[in-house]
Design a protein around this ligand. Structure first.
Ligand code: GLN
Length: 454
């Protein structure tokens, strides 16, 4: 088959099902077909092509691609035309990737169900009455429903791993600094990372080979050498030490989820891994720390949306202050406003020491706790999410309940270590993922365990 044929098939599938599924906010058919034609030309000329050449994929709508619209699923950015390519996009293009469109998400990546999108709901392909998870719900649904072969998401507190778990996919969050954030619209700059959604671990390793590496355009990008991740896929994990934190398998885990996870752990044992019980006592503070830090950083990052420089501007106003107030009132949705208010409060004089500074201190201790744990074990295992896909509206009335969806994923972003969700089984017909957490820049080790397990 030719790249053009594969791309046409992908576009056809999107045409047929996306009205119902709602994974995409925009389609770039012309650009995709043009990229595919380029690949076919090179193929006919006898060139050897990179692994990703000619394969249709989707980007979360918070990543810039030159000449296309990036909205972050917010009215605030409706119609925003990216003047440049994000580094990940540049890398994908250099490898012949065919980008077919931009995927729906929670507004500015704030949420765990994609329900805060200003534009549409994305359905879970396993059950159209349920959420795909979030915030990268469109990216997950597009791969799970076979519209594209892989996609990119961003993960600030779980937004790749949790939707991967709910949609039966592999979702990978690299070490902070491993993949460039240049061209990713910032949510919480000290936590955000880009990573792939794929159907299996091998595809994940291949996409990571393209994404990872130092980028001078991102000052937090790490100068750490990138190995060939496919070399780790040996299936041999005998003698590997896998830590089971007792806090992650304790009372909060529903019985059916625990059963599914324990079966997965038996698989790891049968593969010759050594399961060790460990303790991460600071885990109970992770959600509090995350929601203070993420909201604080978000309130600062989103200050740039003032109705003047770019983005939505209110139609009627009296003076400059009125432009700010009306544009932000009309342009942002409720969840975004909630985060801005929480963050502004935590950062304000008089509260800074009590909230923001304290959260930073606890963050340092959480980092140390992970560093200590990785002296004892090679990887850590946990559920990805406390639940399988839930119904639309089930958690929207109570934001705190929605925040609880992230209980197992946020500590990983706080520490900055890599994490991956791998399909572990089904609970009443709905997929559930197992999370592996690795040491800094040990993406290869994570992929090795995930590959042996899947
Ligand atoms: N659900 C979390 C939040 O709402 C994580 C989001 C994310 O990782 N982008 O902040």
């Amino acid at each position: 088959v030719t790249a053009v044929e594969v791309t046409e098939n992908s576009l056809k599938r999107i045409n047929e099902i996306d009205d119902k599924l709602g994974a995409f906010v925009s389609i770039e058919a012309d650009k995709a077909l043009e990229a595919a034609r380029e690949v076919d030309k090179k193929l006919q000329a006898g060139e050897t092509l990179p692994d990703l050449a000619g394969i249709p994929m989707a980007l979360k709508d918070n990543m810039c691609m030159k000449g296309t619209i990036s909205t972050c699923s917010s009215r605030m950015m409706e119609g925003f035309l990216s003047p440049y390519d994000a580094t990940v996009v540049e890398r994908l293009k250099a490898n012949g990737a065919v980008i077919v469109g931009k995927a729906n998400m929670d507004e500015f990546a704030m949420g765990s169900s994609t329900e805060t999108s200003a534009f549409k709901l994305t359905k879970n392909p396993y059950d159209l009455e349920r959420v795909p998870g979030g915030s990268s719900g469109g990216s997950a649904a597009s791969v799970a429903a076979g519209e594209v072969y892989y996609s990119l998401g961003s993960d600030t507190g779980g937004s790749i791993r949790q939707p991967a778990s709910l949609c039966g996919l592999v979702g990978f969050k690299p070490t902070y600094g491993r993949v460039s954030r240049y061209g990713l619209v910032a949510f919480a700059s000290s936590l955000d990372q880009i990573g792939p959604f794929t159907k299996d671990v091998e595809d994940c390793a291949i996409v990571m080979n393209t994404l990872a590496g130092h980028d001078p355009m991102d000052s937090t990008s790490a100068k750490v050498e990138v190995p060939d991740y496919t070399k780790f896929l040996t299936k041999d994990i005998r003698g590997m030490r896998i830590g089971m934190p007792k806090e992650y398998f304790g009372e909060g885990v529903p019985e059916d989820m625990r059963k599914c996870m324990m079966e997965a752990i038996d698989v790891l044992k049968s593969l010759g891994a050594e399961i060790k019980e460990i303790s991460l006592p600071l885990s109970e503070y992770a959600l509090a720390v995350y929601y203070i830090l993420a909201s604080s950083e978000a309130s600062s990052n989103l200050a740039r949306f003032d109705g003047i420089r770019y983005g939505y501007r209110a139609k009627e106003f009296t003076d400059a202050i009125d432009i700010y107030v009306k544009s932000r009132t009309e342009g942002f949705g409720d969840e975004v406003k909630r985060r801005i208010m929480l963050g502004t409060y935590a950062l304000s004089a008089g509260y800074y020491d009590a909230y923001y500074k304290k959260a930073l201190r606890v963050r340092t201790r959480i980092i140390n706790e992970y560093k200590e744990a990785f002296k004892e074990v090679d990887v850590i295992v946990s559920p990805t999410s406390p639940s399988v896909a839930f119904k639309f509206g089930e958690k929207t009335a109570n934001p705190l309940e929605m925040y609880l969806s992230d209980i197992y994923t946020v500590p990983v972003n706080i520490a900055g270590v890599p994490g991956v969700s791998v399909p572990a089984g089904f609970i009443k017909g709905l997929p559930a993922g197992l999370q592996f957490i690795g040491n800094y820049f040990e993406e290869g080790t994570l992929l090795k365990v995930a590959h042996a397990f899947e």
